[in-house]
Design a protein around this ligand. Structure first.
Ligand code: NAD
Length: 450
């Protein structure tokens, strides 16, 4: 659905919006629409420890223009702060103040990325925990202060150092237009699993893409976010099998014809769904995206069994059953990666959505609890929690509620299905296998549950 307000304030009403102090969301730079003039701008790497210089060298090797000090009058595409050596909150001062001084030089749709040790209160001293947790509060607050489509996010090192392959993949994702609608979030890297991808490999498409040679199953692929996921995984080189209800067969066929994929008409709640999926694959699963989902909103006082049960059945019970059966039969390939669709409603709860929020919080729990099993096969399982995304599902909202929901994020606009699809393609890539059991919000730093 089109956000008319966004077009107006970037066109005829730009000056009016500025004069009246109205929200002024900007068109985001996404993959494929990021101008070369932006990509050629330098990245400022801050930090006093050896990690900062190592990272600067790594960026140089990947063809980026790098600065260790801000230069007057020069616009930056990103500011990266390496804070993994901070031991006490007082250690943060020099670097954070340098970030502050450089912020005015950040280009529109620029990036701030902090890299720090993951908070671990069980194993860190109180002072260290105050520091590591403090950095997360800092990063989230910087994200709230960003202007003109810029974002701030963090990479957390959980028992790994900066050389872990998934640190590189997380950095490429966060620096690129693929993370346009991700802000105020953290990617925790907890193992050295995965392949080290260069920036060029990460950004390539088709046969050279990061998913080349792998087969991906996407449920609910006939429309909306699912169709965007299928298209995006195919763009990055995967062979796609799209699954959707028989009623959506025609729409599914159209999406699959566009991307050279295969259609599988199937209700994922059917007891034989896992068998049908493996039959269609003719082998084991490399990538599985649990996207199919439904809403049946009602206040709890008016909730009936049909509305409650159907949402639980599609949104969580089917995923649990499919994962368990595939694992039981040894049908997850070595290195298999699963990504499930959660929702910010599953994090914050939502009026009129007790059924939906239960199912989506369930997805977050299922993901975290399955991480160990997937790691044992050399793979990973993660979830993505979209905020307000422009789809048929959100087009059903009353007009005023929809307008308010769009502006309630730091980026002051709804996301596009492609934004969710980019996060999913990243979490499906071999470079991201060191990120496991996590839920990544794609919500423009929506205030809901923030
Ligand atoms: P959508 O309603 O546009 O598409 C969902 C697809 O899933 C449809 O094609 C539908 O036919 C299919 N489906 C439903 N039940 C099925 C079943 N039993 N078996 C097979 N296929 C089935 O939804 P969307 O907005 O594209 O959302 C996709 C996912 O993202 C859902 O899990 C949703 O909960 C989640 N999500 C969406 C938003 C948003 O703002 N749109 C926000 C948070 C989370």
């Amino acid at each position: 659905m089109k956000d008319t307000y966004l077009s107006l304030v970037n066109g005829p009403l730009k000056q009016v919006a500025k004069t009246l102090g109205l929200p002024q969301p900007v068109e985001l730079n996404r993959f494929g629409s990021t101008p070369a003039s932006y990509e050629n701008k330098p990245v400022l790497v801050l930090g006093t420890g050896p990690g900062a210089q190592g990272l600067a060298d790594q960026l140089l090797e990947n063809g980026l223009e790098v600065r260790r000090n801000a230069q007057t009058g020069e616009k930056l595409r990103a500011i990266i702060a390496v804070l993994d050596d901070a031991q006490s909150p007082a250690d943060l001062s020099p670097v954070v103040l340098e970030i502050g001084a450089a912020l005015r030089s950040l280009a529109a749709c620029g990036r701030v990325v902090t890299i720090s040790t993951a908070p671990d209160p069980q194993n860190q001293t109180p002072e260290q925990a105050a520091t590591t947790q403090g950095i997360t509060g800092f990063t989230r607050s910087v994200a709230h202060e960003m202007r003109a489509g810029a974002t701030a996010n963090g990479i957390l090192l959980d028992g790994v150092d900066l050389a872990a392959p998934s640190v590189a993949a997380a950095l490429w994702f966060l620096l690129s237009g693929k993370s346009a609608y991700v802000s105020g979030q953290f990617l925790t890297v907890s193992s050295d699993a995965g392949q080290r991808l260069s920036l060029n490999e990460f950004m390539s498409t088709g046969d050279a893409g990061p998913l080349a040679g792998r087969t991906a199953v996407v449920t609910g692929a006939a429309r909306g976010i699912g169709a965007a996921i299928a298209e995006n995984l195919a763009r990055d080189g995967a062979c796609v099998i799209g699954v959707d209800m028989p009623q959506a067969g025609q729409a599914l066929a159209q999406v699959m014809n566009r991307i050279g994929g295969k259609s599988l008409q199937l209700d994922i709640t059917a007891a034989d769904a896992p068998d049908k999926i493996t039959e269609a694959l003719g082998g084991s699963v490399d990538i599985l995206i649990h996207n199919a989902g439904i809403t049946r909103d009602k206040m709890l006082a008016n909730m009936d069994a049909a509305k409650w049960d159907s949402v639980i059945a599609v949104n969580i019970a089917a995923q649990t059953m499919i994962n368990a059966r595939l694992a039981e039969k040894g049908l997850f390939a070595d290195g298999a990666q699963v990504v499930s669709l959660a929702s910010t409603s599953g994090i914050a709860g939502n009026r009129g959505q007790t059924n939906y929020a239960t199912s989506k919080a369930g997805v977050i729990g299922l993901t975290a609890a399955s991480a160990e099993d997937f790691a044992a096969r050399g793979g990973a399982i993660n979830a993505v929690a979209p905020g307000f995304i422009e789809t048929d599902m959100t087009a059903k909202m009353p007009t005023l509620t929809r307008q308010v929901a769009r502006r309630l994020s730091s980026l002051q606009q709804g996301g596009q299905p492609i934004d969710v699809a980019e996060a999913i393609a990243f979490l499906s890539s071999s470079g991201a296998r060191g990120i496991n059991g996590q839920t990544l919000r794609v919500c423009g730093q929506n205030m809901v549950g923030a």
